[in-house]
Ligand binder design. Structure first.
Ligand code: SAM
Length: 215
């Protein structure tokens, strides 16, 4: 076992299992995906710390526990088509790639999207496609989706994403104010969402037509 693998196993034990994540597939994925390859080189030694980390352009890679929690909430079995809004480093997309059939992930900052594409390609993921555009408008050409995950703070669920979610599908997102939100788990029921608000979180803002305006 190399140094990073040891740190990763320790991360999964102490930050993820200890805090109540139970889905064995999520635990295996978190043990497998090399998080240290998704962070900037100068902070690689902090990759398995219990916190979000900067990835440039004022953006972050989320705390490992939050990645595990949001992933578990998606209830993935393996045959789903998933849409992620907010590729960032590509780490969450890799975790989703381990657990779903097909993953489309959208990033608005070109340099981040290109960086994520490169890492995901080098790691051999063939079921993840990175798109560069405003994710608040979704990706209708590949929908509808079984699951949608937004990994940036949104004032509410953008209407195009509700339209692109399958009936009975699940959407997970940090919903609330620009700098403080709650994780929302919602099920699509007809044209509306059955909403369950969970723990408080602080994500960077979702910037776009149906998100926040750039400040
Ligand atoms: N999931 C990422 C990871 O694993 O590293 C972390 C996401 S980071 C907290 C939020 C990301 O959402 C940023 O990279 C940001 O540029 C992106 N973002 C913000 N608004 C967006 C939009 N309208 N469409 C696509 N991406 C957006």
């Amino acid at each position: 076992m190399d140094r990073y693998e040891k740190l990763r196993y320790w991360m999964v034990e102490s930050q993820i299992i200890e805090r109540g994540i139970r889905d064995p597939r999520v635990i295996e994925a978190m043990k497998k995906v090399p998080r240290h390859l998704f962070v900037p080189e100068d902070i690689v030694d902090s990759a398995y710390d219990d916190r979000a980390l900067p990835i440039g352009h004022g953006q972050t890679i989320s705390q490992p526990y939050i990645v595990a929690l949001m992933t578990e909430l998606l209830e993935l079995k393996g045959d789903e088509k998933v849409l992620e809004i907010g590729t960032g480093s590509g780490y969450q997309a890799a975790v989703l790639g381990e657990l779903a059939k097909e993953v489309h992930t959208i990033e608005r900052i070109e340099e981040l999207a290109e960086g994520a594409k490169e890492i995901l390609k080098n790691l051999g993921y063939k079921n993840i496609v990175v798109h560069i555009r405003d994710g608040t408008e979704g990706l209708p050409e590949h929908g509808p989706y079984d699951r949608i995950i937004i990994t940036a703070a949104t004032p509410d669920i953008p209407p195009p994403l509700i339209s692109q979610l399958k009936e009975g599908g699940i959407i997970i997102a940090p919903v609330g104010e620009r700098w403080s939100q709650h994780i929302l788990k919602a099920f699509k029921k007809g044209e509306t969402l059955e909403r369950h608000y969970l723990i408080p979180v602080a994500f960077v803002p979702l910037i776009g037509k149906f998100g926040w305006q750039e400040s």
